[in-house]
Design a protein around this ligand. Structure first.
Ligand code: GLU
Length: 489
């Protein structure tokens, strides 16, 4: 039997970190076993579903690189893949259940149900459906129909006994039937509900394993009743541990941005987001943390998925992003950072005859940043002369005594042959010795003159990328401005 899994989002919002984790686990499980990954859009809740959300979710899945083998856009043997286009299938399944006597029509209006629930609550009883329409005579049904009532269809559940969910993550979980009620499969407006359509579709699409968040665990016994009533073998279930905020409450929007679109805007890389999501409830068991998608596919298994909720930590996500960003090939990094450079206005300064090759600049600074969004600032001085100088740096390194040192350094740079990172370093050390000062006394003001900053990558490496002319111009200019008192206000 080959593995078939699905991700079945409701298009009622943008993809957030918990759902990304669910998609990823399904995708990894399918790829690890050489199975199929199906995408199905669960849009029967028409009051909350929108086509725009469905599109956005699919777009972000493409961006993450989690491609589906069957589903919207590509079709497949079980098309269509959005539930509103599958209504005839559910009508058909309902018809079979009617014929088998597994369901009954319920004429209670939402107001009546709400009033009775409220009564139970006040009497201290669980607010379950009271079974009022379970055994209506045909005369009673006709009477309701003649009042113009349309029925909802409820599944008849046993009153006693229990259902055991054999969960691949949590082990056996037992649900007493006494706590379940005859739930609605099809509402009075004719629309089928989640617990019905999910089982009909998982059966029709030959899904072998359902991997989903543990917020759905309580739905599973209901779905098992639907399978039983339809006479089909249910898939295996694995309920994934909740994703928690640092205060250990369930992660939600109030904890800050949790949608994958937000992370993309913040300059996070898809491979880092996936790597981070993989560790929300799973680990490869050998201490590895930073992993490629390929490595995750190789290592993934459900027996290494834990039961305990996993805490989502945005600092760790950013750290993880840094780890992946540092490993990117600079040509690829340039391709990815281009939208940020464009938005920043820096792109027009890059790639002309002037200025260093952006790949070389990125290679030099990439280890010093965590996200794509950090990069324009990190490389700006390579393309635009600094106009603002770090004030603390100015106080420390642009004292009047620095001007002659900078002039001497500029003279050396001008005459340097060849002009390279290594020769710059040798020249600076020699000059420091001649002037009987520490090399740092030359290096700090030079860095400030070249970059406007007090920290950054190796001075000699960045100077060699800036080029002789530019270095000489910036260092002379700084000396001149120190002498003219431009920094002393
Ligand atoms: N549409 C459901 C959701 O988005 C899917 C649950 C399931 O995987 O069965 O939560």
């Amino acid at each position: 039997m080959s593995v078939r899994v699905r991700y079945a989002p409701s298009p009622t919002g943008s993809l957030h970190v918990g759902s990304a984790r669910t998609v990823l686990f399904n995708w990894l499980f399918a790829r690890h076993h050489g199975g199929a990954f199906v995408l199905r859009i669960e849009d029967t809740d028409q009051s909350r579903s929108t086509n725009a959300f469905a599109q956005r979710q699919q777009e972000i899945l493409h961006w993450l690189g989690l491609e589906w083998d069957e589903g919207p856009g590509i079709g497949g043997p079980h098309a269509p893949y959005n539930q509103m286009a599958r209504l005839p299938l559910y009508a058909n399944a309902l018809q079979r259940l009617k014929e088998a006597g597994a369901v009954y029509p319920c004429y209670c209006s939402p107001e009546e149900l709400a009033a009775r629930r409220e009564q139970s609550r006040r009497a201290g009883r669980a607010p379950r459906y009271d079974g009022r329409c379970r055994d209506l005579t045909s005369a009673e049904r006709r009477a309701f129909e003649s009042e113009g009532r349309r029925p909802a269809w409820r599944l008849r559940l046993p009153d006693d006994g229990e259902t055991v969910v054999h969960d691949l993550v949590r082990g056996d979980v037992t649900f007493a039937h006494a706590i379940l009620d005859d739930f609605v499969l099809v509402r009075s407006d004719g629309l089928p509900v989640y617990n019905f359509v999910v089982a009909v579709d998982d059966a029709a699409m030959e899904i072998t394993h359902v991997l989903r968040g543990d917020d759905h665990l309580a739905n599973t016994p209901k779905q098992l009743f639907v399978y039983r009533a339809l006479g089909v073998v249910p898939p295996a279930f694995a309920h994934l541990p909740s994703v928690l905020a640092t205060d250990r409450s369930r992660l939600s929007k109030r904890h800050g941005p949790v949608s994958i679109e937000d992370y993309r805007e913040q300059g996070l890389l898809p491979e880092a987001i996936l790597n981070y999501c993989a560790l929300l409830g799973w680990s490869p068991g050998d201490g590895r943390e930073v992993m490629s998608l390929h490595e995750m596919v190789e290592a993934f298994s459900l027996d290494r998925v834990g039961k305990a909720g996993s805490v989502y930590d945005v600092d760790k996500l950013r750290w993880m992003n840094g780890q992946h960003l540092h490993q990117l090939d600079p040509t690829e990094l340039l391709r990815r950072v281009e939208p940020w450079l464009r938005a920043d206005g820096l792109l027009k300064h890059i790639g002309g005859d002037e200025g260093p090759a952006p790949e070389a600049v990125l290679a030099l600074v990439q280890e010093r940043v965590e996200t794509l969004a950090d990069l324009p600032e990190a490389i700006r001085y390579f393309y635009v002369r600094p106009s603002v100088f770090d004030p603390a740096g100015v106080r420390r390194h642009f004292q009047p005594s620095a001007a002659p040192l900078l002039r001497a350094a500029a003279g050396r740079i001008l005459a340097l042959e060849p002009f390279s990172e290594h020769s710059l370093e040798v020249a600076y050390r020699a000059l420091a010795e001649e002037l009987s000062v520490k090399a740092a006394v030359l290096i700090h003001p030079t860095r400030l003159a070249l970059t406007g900053r007090t920290v950054g990558p190796s001075l000699f490496a960045l100077a060699s990328l800036l080029g002789r002319q530019e270095c000489v111009a910036r260092v002379f200019d700084a000396a001149e401005r120190i002498e003219s008192g431009a920094f002393s206000m």
